[in-house]
Design a protein around this ligand. Structure first.
Ligand code: GLN
Length: 201
């Protein structure tokens, strides 16, 4: 499986590292033609207003939307904002890939950013993982079809909608490969950092 990392803006390099740790090849997505080569896509964090402008300029909006009908997409932070159905900021053109409504910068400014330990639920297991939130968006509501993988302070922070995952934090900054693995290596049971796993049963 070849995965593309959107390289218009943001921390794309770290996502390539995670993919390489998982033994999955990844290439940059710089134009919509690159999407034709891959079977999955990552939209990194960064600045969603800039990402939105660049996606429009490079005519990526419709190609990514149609790509997502057949292939998995993973988004972190600004990537989650881009993947949402609704965003409170009308400078953003959301892609409508994840059935969630988000509110940009709802957790405060840079100074309120930081790393917390959160519980991630996957199948019968709970994973305790670090989650770094940087001017994170808040997921205000989710559609009925959306699975909440993790929440914090009573709001969802990681969600799965069909074959897509969005997070308001940056797993790639803490070398957490779990979400990438679930999406892009769905048959794998052997999760990276298995010592963080606590079995519920
Ligand atoms: N606050 C940024 C935005 O609204 C997201 C920050 C991030 O991706 N870390 O786009």
């Amino acid at each position: 499986m070849l995965i593309g990392v959107l390289e218009l803006q943001g921390d794309f390099e770290k996502h390539h590292q995670i993919m390489s740790e998982l033994g999955i090849e990844s290439i940059p997505i710089k134009t919509h033609h690159d999407l034709e080569k891959v079977e999955g896509c990552i939209i990194p964090g960064g600045e969603s207003t800039t990402l939105s402008i660049l996606m429009e300029r490079y005519q990526m909006i419709n190609p990514i939307k149609s790509f997502s009908k057949s292939f998995p997409v993973l988004g972190t932070c600004a990537g989650l904002i881009m993947m949402a159905t609704g965003v409170q900021d009308d400078r953003i053109t959301p892609l409508g890939i994840l059935n969630v409504q988000v509110n940009r910068n709802a957790y405060g400014r840079q100074i309120h950013s930081g790393t917390k330990t959160i519980q991630m639920h996957w199948k019968e297991s709970i994973f305790s993982i670090p989650a770094t939130m940087i001017r994170a968006p808040k997921i205000e509501s989710v559609g009925n079809n959306v699975t909440i993988l993790a929440d914090w302070e009573e709001s969802p922070i990681a969600v799965m909608d069909g074959h897509h995952i969005g997070m308001n934090f940056h797993p790639e900054l803490n070398n957490v490969s779990l979400f990438h693995q679930i999406l892009f290596q769905p048959k794998s049971q052997n999760y990276y950092k298995p010592n963080q796993e606590k079995n519920v049963s």
